[in-house]
Design a protein around this ligand. Structure first.
Ligand code: DAH
Length: 355
């Protein structure tokens, strides 16, 4: 009997000195595991006399209760201290002062600022924010947009292809594939816009290999070209902050819309300076149209029941027209003088949710 008491005492002392969840578990196995000490003692109870059996059984039942009660307590203590340690480690020292100088000089990049403006206008006009991947497959970037294999319209896009044996992957040449990803959800009415990076194998004063677009798509039972005109007029007047701005819808061609149009805004150009909203010259700003029935069909949407309008515009282009940057490539040169001249202060740009 005596060494049983010793065993019990030392088990409880050991339990008390455990400091990790792992050592607690090891201890549990040592005594109560399949081959644990207590387990084998209990297994051999049958060999004892009736009287001893009763006594030992009682002793170990009590021990078992005690052991597991203490084990649970210890476990809680260890877990609690682990949480506290983690909280302590992850504490952010917010008392560190900001660097005054940097705060004054740093600016919001015009693309971020312009994207934020566009996002807040389109959002307030009832469209929902959506995103799509930069790496697209051929189906989403071309085929589902009514640009089949070998279609000459593919040449409008100087595409970056990604080497891959399984499927034809591209860096998306426009944000239009996001239209398809959302049409496929088949939840109508669909009212979305999708800003993001786009890529084309091109570089000159008006092209960079990576640039940004915003796509818009509205699909419902009775969407008309008149709705599209109203929508874009309201958007442009708000974006350029000019109620007098005139829009011209010029017939054009895009494979994914029918009819298609390019939209120009009126402007004057005097000694190279463009002023929007006055004069009788025109400046192209975006492409748009009524979603082509083939596009709806290919996404499994009933084109008898549902109609849609779509538009796509370049963020850099809109930024250049609004804020007067002469060369697109400057956006990506990281020239600190350019950035501090054309950048925006934190107070001018309130919504920083978009990267
Ligand atoms: N995806 C076109 C481009 O990159 C832009 C565009 C034109 C988008 C017309 C549209 C649209 O949604 O309806 O040139």
């Amino acid at each position: 009997m005596k060494n049983y008491d010793q065993l019990i005492d030392s088990a409880l002392v050991e339990l008390e000195s455990c400091e990790t969840l792992i050592s607690l578990e090891e201890l549990r196995l040592e005594y109560f595991g399949k081959n644990g000490e207590v387990t084998s003692i209990l297994k051999s109870l049958s060999k004892l006399s009736e009287k001893d059996k009763k006594e030992v059984g009682k002793k170990f039942n009590l021990f078992k209760q005690n052991f597991f009660k203490n084990l649970e307590k210890k476990k809680n203590i260890i877990e609690q201290s682990q949480i506290e340690e983690k909280l302590q480690k992850e504490k952010i020292d917010i008392s560190l002062p900001t660097r005054e100088e940097e705060k004054l000089n740093s600016k919001i990049h015009p693309i971020t600022h312009t994207a934020n403006e566009i996002i807040s206008i389109l959002g307030s006009m009832g469209l929902n924010y959506e995103e799509g991947p930069d790496v697209e497959n051929d189906f989403y970037n071309f085929t589902a947009l009514n640009i089949p294999e070998n279609h000459p319209a593919r040449e409008m896009h100087d595409t970056f292809y990604i080497e891959n044996n399984l499927e034809k992957l591209v860096l998306r040449t426009h944000t239009s594939p996001v239209q398809i990803r959302n049409l496929q959800k088949k939840k109508f009415p669909l009212r979305i816009f999708a800003p993001g990076r786009t890529y084309r194998c091109d570089s000159d004063i008006t092209h960079t290999p990576m640039f940004h677009q915003v796509e818009g798509l509205v699909v419902d039972h009775s969407v008309t070209f008149a709705n599209l005109k109203w929508f874009l007029e309201k958007f442009c007047k708000t974006f350029f902050d000019n109620e007098k701005l005139k829009l011209r819808f010029r017939p054009s061609y895009f494979p994914f819309t029918e009819p298609s149009a390019e939209v120009d805004v009126n402007c004057s150009i005097t000694s190279g300076k463009i002023i929007l909203g006055e004069g009788d010259k025109w400046m192209e700003i975006l492409g748009c149209g009524m979603v082509h029935p083939n596009v709806l069909k290919m996404s499994g949407v009933d084109d008898d029941q549902l109609k849609g309008f779509a538009f796509g515009m370049g963020i850099e282009r809109l930024s250049m027209l609004k804020y007067g940057m002469p060369d697109l490539r400057d956006f990506y040169d990281s020239n600190i003088n350019w950035l501090s001249h054309y950048g925006f202060s934190f107070l001018e740009t309130t919504d920083l949710s978009w990267r």
